[in-house]
Design a protein around this ligand. Structure first.
Ligand code: ATP
Length: 242
């Protein structure tokens, strides 16, 4: 865990939020990218983060992951979150089960990896190699590697962006199922408005270094989040909306 991510007290471990961010500031040199941003994600809550290119979505995700230092504010999380990136980032010289169990300090690492790989539909590929996987399969392994850690917070940085449309839809179904089973809080960074609407309980739009818009989906809502409204928030004018 990096120095700036403060642990929650043990009492709040089982029931507390997945992450609480207060007055976060992140800058590169003199350029402030995130300015006094506040965010709270509950366990089991699926939050999607949209925003124009360059607005700071990945910067926020990296700060939450503890990968970068921050210049102000506070991030309180129970443990280090798990992250899945757009690229699978599997080690080519390790078998799939070893990739999945990397960093697991338990005697039954292979069994745990087997369970996780089975959950993502690759339980028969334990001893296979990353080079033999399709893009979608590799992202499944990346998801298994994240979930084997039983994270309270799962950070997804455009994990489906490089996949074809059909594989992406299958991955949406899988992620929905995995999140329902494991109940982490999720922050999904995406450019895809429809993906955000399909998956998220809450959709955020980031602008000028902070959360500028928030839409919370009512559970089992008969009227879905308005795509037009979201696109408007993203600066797409009504003439371009179909
Ligand atoms: N390592 C870095 N050094 C300097 N500036 C950076 C660095 N990383 C990102 N930036 C700048 O910070 C701003 C936010 O970048 P970030 O990658 O977080 O945006 P984003 O919203 O994720 O964009 P995209 O949707 O295109 O992926 C951009 O102006 C970018 O140029």
């Amino acid at each position: 865990m990096s120095a700036h991510v403060a642990p929650l007290s043990p009492a709040s471990f089982e029931t507390g939020p997945a992450v609480v961010v207060s007055n976060l500031v992140r800058s590169y040199g003199s350029r402030v990218v995130i300015e006094k941003l506040n965010l709270r994600i509950e366990r089991g809550e699926f939050v999607a983060l949209l925003g124009e290119s360059g607005c700071g979505k990945t910067t926020l995700l990296r700060a939450l992951a503890g990968l970068d230092s921050i210049q102000g504010g506070r991030i309180v999380a129970p443990r280090r979150p798990a992250v899945v990136f757009q690229e699978h980032r599997l080690l080519p010289w390790d078998s799939l089960w070893r990739n999945v169990s990397l960093g697991l300090q338990v005697p039954d690492a292979r069994e745990r990896a087997a369970e996780a790989l089975t959950e993502v539909g690759l339980g028969d590929r334990l001893d296979d190699w990353p080079r033999n996987l399709s893009g979608g399969q590799a992202q499944r392994v990346a998801l298994a590697r994240a979930l084997v850690q039983q994270p309270e917070l799962l950070l997804l940085d455009e994990p489906f962006a490089a996949l074809d449309a059909l594989t992406r839809i299958r991955m949406h179904e899988l992620v929905r199922e995995l999140v329902a089973n494991h109940q982490p809080g999720v922050l999904l960074v995406t450019h895809d408005v429809d993906e955000a609407i399909a998956l998220a309980d809450r959709i955020l739009v980031m602008r000028n270094g902070a959360i500028a818009y928030e839409h919370r989906a009512a559970r089992n809502a008969s009227t879905p989040i308005s795509r037009t409204e979201l696109l408007r928030e993203l600066g797409v004018n009504s003439h371009s909306i179909h």
